[in-house]
Write a protein that binds this ligand. Sequence first.
Ligand code: ZN
Length: 398
Amino acid sequence: MTSSESVMNTRAVENFCEYLQIPTFHPNVNYEECVAFIKKQAKSLDLPVKVFEVNPGKSVVVITWEGTEPEKSTILLNGHMDVVPAYSEEWTYPPFSAYIDEQENIYARGSQDCKCVTIQQLEAVRRLKLSGIRLKRTIHISLVPDEEVGGYEGMKTFTETQDFKSLNVGFALDEGTASPNEEFSITYGERSLFRIWVHCSGTSGHGSLLFDNTVGDKFVIVLDRFLKFRATEKDKLKNPAVKIGNVTSVNLTMIKGGVQLNVIPKELSAGFDIRLAADVNREEFEQMIRGWCKEAGEGVYYTVVIKDPYVSNTKLDDLFWTAFKQACDNLNIKLNPIIRAGASDSRFLRSMGIPSLGFTPINNTPILMHSYNEFLNKDVFLKGIEIFMKILPEIANV
Ligand code: ZN
C-alpha cells in the first residue's frame, strides 16, 4: 500500500466513525447534525448537495456527481440516516462510540445497517474523482430519514415529489444485508407488509361465571388459525432451497384487552405482523382471514394498520444488472441473490418501475443488523470501497 492509499484509508475510517457517532436512533430522531455532516462530505468532495425537507424535520440529502452524458437516466445510490435504538446495557462498548477493538472491529449501531454503505459510496466517488475518471451517467447519492420506521415520511414522500422526478433515476442501489460467509448477498425483491389487528368482542360479565359467547372462546380460534398457518409456512423452510424471503411470515406481536382479573372483557384484540411472499394472491389471503374471523364467531373482525401494495421484484436481466454482475465477476465476487426478509426503501423505487438492488458489501461477518454489538471489521469496510470503485464505473457507463 502506498502512503497516499494509507492516508485515504485512514480518512475513510475517520469519516465512517464520525458518521456512526451521530446518534440518529429512533424515536424522535434529530437529523440536523447528520445533514450537516453530509453537507461537509459534499464540500470535501467538491460536489453539489441539495436538502429537501420532505416532511417537517425530515430531510432528504442528495449529493450529485454529474456525468458526461447528463441527459441519460441516472444512478441513485441510496442509504438511510436513521438507525434502530440500541440498549447500552447489552453492548460491550457504547453503541455510539465507534470503538475499534484489537481485531479492528468497529463497534456501533449502524455499522452494518447502513451507515457503512453511504461512506463506502462517498469514498469510492472521492477516489474515482481523484484519479481523474469521469462517468457517463450522473450519480446521485441520497440520504433519507425514517427508513427504520417504514420510510413513509422519508423515501415514500420523496418519490412522490417533482424533485425526485427531476433526478431522472434509471437504476438504484440501496442497502442490502451482511453475509456470514464468503458470498455477498444481493437483494432484488422483498415481501409486502401487512399488519392487522383482529378484534374479538363478546359477552362481558363476572369472572366467576361461565357465559357463552365470551371473547376467550373466540380469541383461541383466531390464534389457532393464524398460528397453524404460520406453522405450514415455517415447514416450507425445511427445504434448504426455500429462504425466509420466499415464504409468508406471520407473527403474533401484540395483545390488547381486559380491565381486571375478575371481569370477562367485552373485547380482546390480537396484533399480527405479516409479510406476504411475492406469489401470494392478496385477495385470497384476506378472504382466508375473513373466513377465520367468521369461524371464530360473531363480533370478530379485523382492521388493517399497514397494507403495502404488491410490488414486483427487480428482474435480474437488464443492462444495469448485467453491468453490476460483470463488475462482481471481474472482482471474483460470488453473489447470492435473495428476496429480502424485511422491508426497505427499495420497494418505493420498484413500485415506480425503477430497477433497484440491495447491496451492502459485507461478507464473512455475522449479521448483526438491529442486534447488539453490531460491528464491521475495518478491512471489510475498506474492501467495500474498492468494490464500489469497480461497480460504479460499470453501472454508470451503461
Ligand atoms: Zn437499513
